[in-house]
Structures are given as structure tokens and as C-alpha cells.
Design a protein around this ligand. Structure first.
Ligand code: GTR
Length: 394
């Protein structure tokens, strides 16, 4: 009965969206045949058979394809970086955790940007791993005082399970607005702002995650070799791009990230490239707009983004009523990425078909779940991330 109700609700919600967006497909039977670019074939047509060829050649090619066509360049250089502990509470969460607030200031070309980091570290564990959230929602979700508690960032549960939990807000790097997104990291890189393949908001958020990792590498209270970058929805797109770019991230968790995140674009199911580029022109590089209503021309698809994270553990999720984010397309992208993990001797762990709703498959390095409910990140998701962390953040 419960499933029936949620299914009917999903159909109702979808038909409402379809009414507004005539080009959106929610019917699996209407997915047209599509061809995915081959992950394991180089641009020159050579088959990739070893992890050495993958790392030396194909991985680099794919990274460049994503930079040039989707997310824009990722600038790696800056003049200097400063870390200032602006707040400390050695007895947070009833004495069970230490709280640190750190201002991370990055300088380039006489400009600077400050990223405000919140970090709760359990006292029960020495040098724990860290779940680092790229927070794309309101700052009340990451209340350092813990007067407001949100399932979006469940400090207490994560601390009790022996992990540190951290977050920074996307607005420190690029306000999520087409008129003001350059007022952040892009002030340091004006050349990016004017380039057709230049960094935009998603890239700036991912860049920020790497600068936070620069700080974490200096913090002796945690283990910076065990940092999972976590994001929901637009933050989940940025988490994938951050982990693809920066191999210091030990794990990636991308919750309900949908289009230009973990779902395949070429299936044209749910949100499309044209829709996302129109609603959020500041998220991706200008070049990405070339593929509006022309996903089949894209030289990449999102399984290739996931494959860039190999051999590190990656976990993507969906919610059953969030067809906009294409749960099946997310599962398939993960499944297609597994062949790169195989180059590292990691056997495919996902089943051939999407697992049933509320049946997480997170005992393999490429993990997936589709939970009952709507587009959100809730305690159910986090509990599974912790299970995954205990298995693979070692
Ligand atoms: C939606 C957008 C999605 C997703 C979502 C979110 O409006 O179409 O791609 O990113 O926002 O971030 O919550």
C-alpha cells in the first residue's frame, strides 16, 4: 500500500512537471537507443587494458574532456593560503566532540577568498576520517551551536559513529546566482570567468573543497588520508567533480545529484542538459551550452566522471520519487564505471539491474541506493554513508 501511494504520488508529481516541461521524459519505454562513449578506448582508438595506460593516458583525456565541455578548467595555482582558527570548543556535543571553526583564506593576484569551515571531531577516536559536506542549502542546516539540528548534516550521529564531520558553504566560493556567482573564487581567476571553457559555480565549489582539504592536511586531530567529500544535488555534482579532480579525496558521496552529476545524460530521462543550462546558466562552462538538446553529441557521459574516481570508493544515491534525477540512469552510470575499477583488480559489486528501493548495495567500492521518498538528504542516507565509511575509509 505504502509503495502504491508513493508510486501514485510520483506519477502525479511527474505529470505535473511534464505539464510544465513538455520535453521531459519520465517513461522508461520512451528512452531512445543511445551510445555511450567508451571509457576504455583512448581518443586515438586504442583499447585501455591496464591501469598504467588508464592513468597515464585515458584518465587525463577524460578529465580534459570534462574540463573543456562541461565543468570548465580547474585552476590549481594560487599565491598563498592561510588558516586561522576563528573558534574552538573543546567540549562540544556534551563533551563528546571538539569543534573547530577555521577561516581558510586563499590569495592570488592581490585578491582573496575566505572559506569558513566547521569541523566536529569525536573525542572517542584518535585521528578519525572525515565526512566533508559541500553545503548548498541554508546555513541553518550546519548550525555550529547545535541548537538547530538538521538531518542534512547529522553531527551527533556521525560523531557517535567515530567519524569527524565538516562543512563549508557554497556561497563562500560562488554565490548560487547567475548575477553574482563570480563574487568568490572567480575573483582570483578572472581569466576563467572570460573563457568559454572557464570554471563556473560548480567548479568553484569543487575548488573550495580542495582548499578545505589543504587545511585538513595540516590538522593533526584528523586523518586527511580518509576524507570523504559529500554533496547533495547541485552539491553532489560538485562533490563528484572535486573527487574526480583531486585524488587526495579518499571517497566520494553524491546524493541525488541527477543531471550533470551521477546520472547518464544521453538517456534523456528527467532533467536534460538544455533545462539545467537554462535554469542555472552559471553552473557549467559556456561550452556546455553547445549540447543543449543535443546530448548525443557530448564526447563524454557521466559514467566517465565516476570512472575518474577509481579506484577510490564512490557512492551515489537517489530517492524513489525524484525521477527528475533519474535513479535508473544513476545506477547505470555507476555500473558502466565499474570496468575501470576492474583495471585495479576490483570486481564489480553492483547487480546487473537496479536494486529494489530501500535495498542499499554498499558493500562494494561502487555503491548505490534508491531510498523511498523525495529529493533530499536525510538520516537514512547518512546512516548508509557511515556504513560505507566504516567499510572503505580505512
Ligand atoms: C534542481 C536542479 C537539479 C538539482 C536541484 C538541487 O532544480 O534542476 O539539477 O541540482 O536543483 O540542487 O536541489
Amino acid at each position: 500500500m505504502k509503495h502504491f501511494i508513493s508510486f501514485s504520488l510520483a506519477v502525479l508529481m511527474c505529470s505535473m512537471v511534464v505539464a510544465q516541461q513538455p520535453n521531459v521524459n519520465y517513461d522508461e519505454h520512451k528512452v531512445k537507443p543511445y551510445t555511450l562513449p567508451q571509457v576504455l578506448k583512448t581518443n586515438g582508438g586504442r583499447q585501455v587494458t591496464t591501469k598504467e595506460i588508464w592513468e597515464k593516458q585515458r584518465r587525463r583525456e577524460i578529465l580534459k574532456l570534462f574540463e573543456d565541455n562541461v565543468y570548465g578548467q580547474m585552476p590549481h595555482s594560487f599565491d598563498s593560503i592561510n588558516f586561522t582558527v576563528s573558534g574552538k570548543n573543546n567540549s562540544a556535543y556534551n563533551g563528546r566532540a571538539k569543534l573547530k571553526e577555521v577561516d581558510i583564506e586563499v590569495f592570488r593576484n592581490s585578491q582573496s577568498v575566505v572559506i569558513h569551515l566547521l569541523l566536529f571531531i569525536p573525542k572517542s577516536k584518535s585521528k578519525p576520517g572525515v565526512f566533508l559536506l559541500i553545503n548548498n542549502r541554508g546555513k541553518e542546516n550546519t548550525d555550529a551551536t547545535r541548537q538547530t539540528k538538521s538531518e542534512f548534516w547529522p553531527v551527533e550521529m556521525v560523531v557517535d559513529s567515530g567519524f569527524a564531520i565538516a562543512s563549508f558553504h557554497v556561497s563562500d566560493l560562488a554565490p548560487d546566482n547567475k548575477d553574482s556567482f563570480t563574487n568568490g573564487a572567480l575573483r582570483l581567476y578572472p581569466e576563467q570567468a572570460s573563457a568559454e571553457n572557464g570554471m563556473r559555480a560548480i567548479g568553484a565549489w569543487a575548488w573550495g573543497a580542495s582548499r578545505v582539504l589543504d587545511y585538513l592536511e595540516t590538522d593533526k586531530d584528523i586523518d586527511a588520508k580518509k576524507v570523504a567529500v559529500v554533496g547533495h544535488s547541485r552539491g553532489g555534482k560538485a562533490a563528484l567533480w572535486a573527487a574526480a579532480q583531486d585524488r587526495r579525496f579518499a571517497m566520494c558521496i553524491s546524493n541525488c545529484s541527477g543531471n550533470s552529476g551521477a546520472k547518464l545524460s544521453k538517456r534523456n530521462f528527467g532533467e536534460t542538459v538544455a533545462i539545467i543550462n537554462t535554469a542555472f546558466p552559471h553552473w557549467f562552462s559556456p561550452n556546455y551550452k553547445k549540447y543543449n538538446d543535443d546530448e548525443q553529441a557530448l564526447p563524454v557521459d557521466q559514467h566517465m566522471l565516476i570512472s575518474l574516481i577509481a579506484p577510490r570508493p564512490v557512492y551515489a544515491t537517489n530517492a524513489s520519487e525524484d525521477l527528475w534525477a533519474d535513479p535508473t540512469g544513476t545506477f547505470l552510470a555507476l555500473k558502466h564505471a565499474e570496468e575501470v575499477y576492474e583495471l585495479y583488480g576490483i570486481k564489480p559489486g553492483l547487480p546487473m539491474h537496479p536494486p529494489a528501493i530501500d535495498h542499499p548495495v554498499n558493500n562494494s567500492r561502487v555503491a548505490y541506493h534508491n531510498r523511498t521518498g523525495i529529493h533530499n538528504m536525510i538520516i537514512y542516507d547518512w546512516r548508509n554513508f557511515v556504513v560505507f565509511g566504516k567499510r572503505f575509509l580505512k
